[in-house]
Design a protein around this ligand. Structure first.
Ligand SMILES: *[C@@H]1O[C@H](CO)[C@@H](O)[C@H](O)[C@H]1NC(C)=O
Ligand SMILES: *[C@@H]1O[C@H](CO)[C@@H](O)[C@H](O)[C@H]1NC(C)=O
Ligand SMILES: *[C@@H]1O[C@H](CO)[C@@H](O)[C@H](O)[C@H]1NC(C)=O
Ligand SMILES: [Cu+2]
Length: 223
């Protein structure tokens, strides 16, 4: 390996190590809490006590609205869930299939839907990150409103790729009705030429795990 190249690799690796303690941020809807990441290991809401009567709330359209996060780890799985339970203690409903993010940076899912009957009620949107250092939690207090947000303003980081995945740890954090009936076996992924984006647009998650793995290996091979 040429000296310049090994220097670049060393610089890259040390930058990885220096950010290894960072977790994630919920960007949209605006999160509860003071942004202190130390509490994030505590469920259900990152150590924040929720008070839906007093907490500042933003509107969340049950027909589809944006959930955006910033991941400081190179890879993690995401669960997006919601509840009307004013404490966040339970009754969590899964609002989007579990996905794996590869690459640090922003992930924005612009059309996360909630049950239609939640419109007109207050509740909590929560993102749970299954990261290399464990489960990490953040919550947002919202007013669920009818309709869909047709102009969500958030974007994906250029280094970020996202694909459907299975994660029994995350699946266990939502109610039985929204869990897969059988989490002991995952369907065998089959290779696919579709991009992760195309797969996220449709119901088929098959092959996304392999897609993500290939992308990771391709990234590693560059060094
Ligand atoms: C949880 O959901 C059940 C069924 O919808 C409901 O009866 C119960 O009151 C809910 N509990 C809380 C704390 O919201
Ligand atoms: C889960 O799926 C496997 C394979 O299809 C099956 O053998 C097993 O009985 C299922 N378990 C449950 C609890 O449904
Ligand atoms: C971000 O990427 C995911 C996965 O490809 C995609 O579903 C989503 O629509 C993208 N977000 C935006 C704002 O384009
Ligand atoms: Cu972390």
């Amino acid at each position: 390996m040429a000296p310049v190249r090994s220097f670049l690799v060393a610089t890259f690796l040390s930058s990885l190590l220096s950010t290894a303690t960072a977790h994630f941020e919920l960007i949209q809807p605006p999160p509860l809490g003071d942004g202190n990441e130390d509490g994030q290991v505590n469920g259900p809401c990152g150590g924040v006590t929720v008070n839906l009567d007093q907490d500042a709330k933003t509107d969340f359209h049950v027909g589809g609205d944006a959930v955006a996060v910033l991941l400081a780890h190179p890879q993690a799985n995401w669960l997006i869930r919601g509840t009307l339970d004013p404490t966040g203690a339970g009754n969590w409903t899964q609002l989007f299939p579990i996905v794996m993010q590869s690459g640090r940076g922003n992930f924005c899912e612009p059309a996360v839907a909630a049950p239609a009957e939640w419109a007109g009620k207050k509740g909590i949107i929560s993102t749970v990150c299954n990261a290399p250092d464990g489960l990490l939690f953040q919550c947002a207090a919202v007013n669920f409103v009818s309709g869909a947000n047709t102009s969500p303003s958030c974007s994906n980081g250029s280094a970020v790729s996202v694909s459907f995945t299975g994660d029994t740890t995350l699946a266990a954090l939502v109610g039985a009705s929204s869990q897969p009936s059988n989490t002991s076996t995952n369907p065998t992924p089959t290779p696919s030429g579709n991009s992760a984006a195309a797969m996220l647009g449709g119901p088929s998650a098959v092959g996304s795990f392999i897609t993500a793995a290939v992308l990771l290996l391709a990234g590693a091979a560059m060094f």
